[in-house]
Design a protein around this ligand. Structure first.
Ligand code: 9Z3
Length: 373
């Protein structure tokens, strides 16, 4: 697709997919946040996190979703804060958040860490006090200094509108802005003209009651008499089938790199499940979009190893100690001497963020020397 075609696809997408209701409010918050930190000469990172939904109805009862809990994004945000960055956290509503992620329902339920003291007051169990205090101090410091802005989204459309708006606001930061795109973004969606207004029905009730406005939406429902080959024997008529027809989401990384935040450093993630193609896909993405870093990860080992793919340098694998997964591009397991030693509880983001911050230093230094010339 040529540059002007992709610009047209972008314009068409944003013109036909309505922005989220909170966009203006979020933009105002982000604008104030960015100018406060720019005035203090602080680096600002936009971290995107969590999955994007694909609604199947305008009044949405059903939607397609993906696996992401937002662990990567929430954990990364904490390490960026520790490294001195102000963080805009654009995240899927109700996904994991920095700091509170340590005490979510699926890890340590907060109630299990509390007890009633002899005066009938709630207290933290002494055995858990130190680790909670550590998280609490970091959380309160981030809040007190207004270092963390939380912006939620739900759908793929919301996400793209918010991403464009915040990226544009970051453009004046120049090279000191960092975009770190860890959200698991859907590649497919139902365009508005094919989106059913109301809940998709499994019978012809609407057509029967109101034949004059029988819709012909996609997803389509086939005739009631349709037989399914699901149950080969006995062949039974099944209720209506739902056939979902999805369009590709236009690729926005190009717009980010060229138009929305052209001087900032852009880091994207590439997710695959097949180890044999991960590095190739990451390199392809880097060449296609000409941004600064692709961090490749596999669904099954994403918490223990990632690969940095950047222009003009060798691929760099980062691994934490407990890793014992696949090893190289051919899927060769690691030899024992290749498995890193160290703290088995270490989070991989403790390695990723300093390495990204170092590349960001280089990016800023390169941009300022280019400006001097
Ligand atoms: C990632 O690859 C993230 O690391 C994960 C994190 C989604 C795997 P969790 O939330 O998982 O910690 O459970 N994010 C990017 C995935 C993505 O949609 N990338 C696009 C692609 O691969 C490019 S922007 O095409």
């Amino acid at each position: 697709m040529s540059a002007s075609e992709s610009l047209q696809a972008e314009d068409a997408y944003f013109a036909s997919n309505a922005p989220p209701k909170q966009l203006a409010a979020h933009t105002a918050l982000a604008e104030a946040f960015i100018s406060q930190h720019a005035a203090a000469n602080r680096r600002v990172v936009l971290v995107t996190s969590g999955g994007t939904t694909v609604p199947l109805e305008k009044n949405t009862v059903r939607f397609i979703d993906n696996f992401s809990a937002g662990t990567r994004g929430a954990t990364s945000a904490e390490y960026f804060l520790s490294a001195g960055y102000a963080v805009i956290f654009l995240h899927r509503q109700f996904s994991l958040l920095p700091y509170s992620r340590h005490y979510s329902h699926s890890t340590d339920c907060l109630l299990d860490l509390l007890e009633e003291d002899s005066d009938g007051r709630v207290a933290v169990r002494p055995s858990d006090s130190d680790r909670i205090l550590d998280v609490l101090r970091k959380y309160q410091s981030a809040r007190r200094n207004n270092m963390l802005l939380l912006l939620p989204f739900v759908t793929i459309g919301d996400y793209l509108h918010e991403l464009r708006a915040v990226a544009r606001l970051m453009a004046p930061l120049g090279s000191s802005g960092l975009l770190y795109l860890a959200a698991a973004v859907s590649d497919f969606f139902v365009p508005p003209e094919r989106l059913s207004e109301h809940k998709i029905q499994s019978t012809n009730i609407v057509e029967k009651l109101y034949p004059q406005d029988a819709p012909s939406p996609s997803p389509q429902i086939e005739d009631e008499e349709t037989f399914d080959n699901f149950d080969a024997s006995p062949r039974v008529p099944r209720s209506k089938r739902l056939i979902i027809d999805l369009d590709p989401v236009p690729k926005f990384l190009k717009s980010l790199v060229e138009g929305w935040a052209p001087l900032g450093m852009i880091v994207s993630f590439k997710l695959e499940t097949d180890p044999r193609i991960l590095v190739h896909k990451a390199r392809y993405s880097l060449e296609r979009y000409q941004h600064h870093l692709v961090i490749g990860n596999l669904l099954s080992t994403r918490k223990w190893e990632v690969v940095f793919v950047a222009p003009n340098r060798e691929d760099q694998w980062l691994r934490v100690a407990r890793h014992g997964g696949w090893g190289d591009a051919e899927g060769r397991p690691l030899r024992p001497d290749e498995v890193p030693e160290g703290d088995p509880e270490q989070e991989i983001e403790a390695l990723i963020i300093p390495a990204v911050a170092k590349l960001h230093d280089d990016h800023i230094a390169k941009s300022s020397s280019a400006e001097r010339k």
